[in-house]
Design a protein. Structure first.
Length: 249
């Protein structure tokens, strides 16, 4: 594991990683906290971060690729995280494109990748990962949508082993991504884990709401949606939301 910074509490591990990046922290620096006072997810949503039983951490990257490649790193992280969870806990999460992991069709992990530019180049790319590890319950507003590894497994999961396995898994896949700069090397594995594949989904946040069958991702990490007329629409992750027609997934 690369340099690990542990904090009892922080506003956001992504924000702390960004502050460290501005001070010259090296690629691979990991920021971990027991609690976040301002944890967040995609599209400005908050992330429940008030339990030391969870795993909250961010990885600082300094890639040399063009900014358009950055969104694919979220998918790399999702697959790596799911495989690490399976290795340590025996549980096999499904992926909800592009950035959530589910067990029993409930959210167990969220990923937030943030890009910071400087003079037209990527100054830092920060991958934040939050995993519900050993919680036994959740606040009422999210109780129906969230779960934890302990709830699903029936006994606690070692956070330290999970963090180590996850960082190793992610950095291995990230370095492979740097060689390809697309997702051809993991496309099959990702699509196998994709819970919405073959299901009807609704895509919101685009100019026109899109409804169709999710087919899987392409090598650019776009979700391919087959519309009623048979045409296939690639959906870029960006600021869209994908929901199943018949439920959360």
């Amino acid at each position: 594991m690369n340099k690990l910074i542990r904090l009892p509490e922080v506003d956001s591990t992504n924000e702390e990683a960004r502050r460290l990046a501005l001070r010259g922290a090296e690629e691979g620096t990991i920021v971990m906290a027991d609690r976040q006072t301002a944890g967040r997810g995609r599209r400005g949503r908050s992330w429940y971060s008030d339990s030391a039983d969870s795993l909250y951490f961010s990885i600082l990257l300094r890639p040399g690729f063009i900014p358009d490649r950055a969104s694919m790193v979220t998918l790399v992280a999702a697959l790596a995280t799911g495989q690490a969870i399976e290795r340590i806990s025996g549980l096999k999460p499904a992926i909800k494109w592009p950035n959530d992991l589910l067990l029993s069709e409930k959210k167990v992990c969220g990923i937030l990748t943030e890009l910071h530019m400087e003079e037209g180049r990527i100054a830092s790319l920060i991958v934040g990962i939050g995993i519900n590890v050993n919680q036994k319950n959740f606040p009422g507003d999210i109780a129906s949508m969230a779960t934890s590894l302990q709830i699903e497994k029936g006994k606690p999961v070692d956070k330290e082993r999970l963090l180590s396995a996850l960082c190793d898994s992610f950095l291995e896949k990230y370095h492979e991504f740097l060689l390809h700069e697309d997702l051809s090397f993991l496309q099959t594995e990702y699509n196998t884990a994709l819970i919405s594949r073959g299901r009807q989904v609704k895509v919101s946040g685009t100019a026109q709401e899109l409804v169709g069958e999710a087919l899987g991702i392409n090598t650019a990490g776009e979700l391919l949606v087959k519309k009623e007329d048979g045409s296939i629409e690639p959906v870029y992750a960006g600021e869209v939301s994908v929901r199943g027609i018949y439920g959360y997934v």
